[in-house]
Design a protein around this ligand. Structure first.
Ligand code: FES
Length: 175
């Protein structure tokens, strides 16, 4: 059984990837009993800590676990949950599955791009929102569906988009 803590790896610290975050990740990895089957768990933790999984973080994890970088890259690109780009505080996901598409999801996403001033997978200038187009999320009866974080908005109309966006903007003001 390999104990991850026995492997010492240089941390690729930078302005965007501060040492404290690597320290937290290292502590988590070192608390594991074994490297076997823990990659996904570690990637989840790393994404929690950094907000996304840049290449340097993936390589750090690979070295720390003593596995090829390609193995880590493969897992990250396989699961859509993982992201290699920074995300806004709130992710707005527009379902582009068939049921949503035929009920106007394409218009909804175009309107959101216009209102937020970004394309899919981009982050707004204030860092508040990321826009994503996703596949069916299993709520087809509510098509077209938009999700913000875990909250599902069903039968969304273009006229309601401002209200949805403002709900999250206002949260910032009241915090
Ligand atoms: S197609 Fe959108 S929830 Fe199923």
């Amino acid at each position: 059984m390999t104990k991850p803590g026995t492997i010492s790896v240089t941390k690729p610290v930078s302005e965007e990837l501060p040492r404290e975050k690597f320290d937290e990740l290292e502590k988590f990895i070192d608390s594991m009993e074994t490297t076997k089957g823990v990659l996904i768990e570690i990637l989840h933790k790393a994404q929690d800590i950094f907000g996304y999984l840049p290449r340097d973080v993936q390589l750090y994890i690979a070295r720390k676990l003593g596995i090829p970088g390609a193995e880590v890259f493969g897992v990250v690109s396989f699961y859509s949950y993982f992201t290699t780009k920074p995300r806004g505080k709130h992710t707005i996901s527009v379902c582009m599955g068939t049921a949503c598409f035929v009920r106007g999801a394409d218009k909804i996403i175009e309107k959101l791009k216009e209102k937020l001033g970004i394309e899919s997978n981009e982050i707004t200038e204030d860092g508040l929102f990321t826009l994503k187009d996703v596949r069916c999320i299993g709520a087809c009866g509510l098509a077209p569906v938009v999700m913000v974080g875990d909250k599902v908005y069903g039968r969304v109309k273009e006229e309601e988009l401002d209200e949805i966006i403002n709900t999250y903007k206002n949260q910032e003001v009241t915090l």
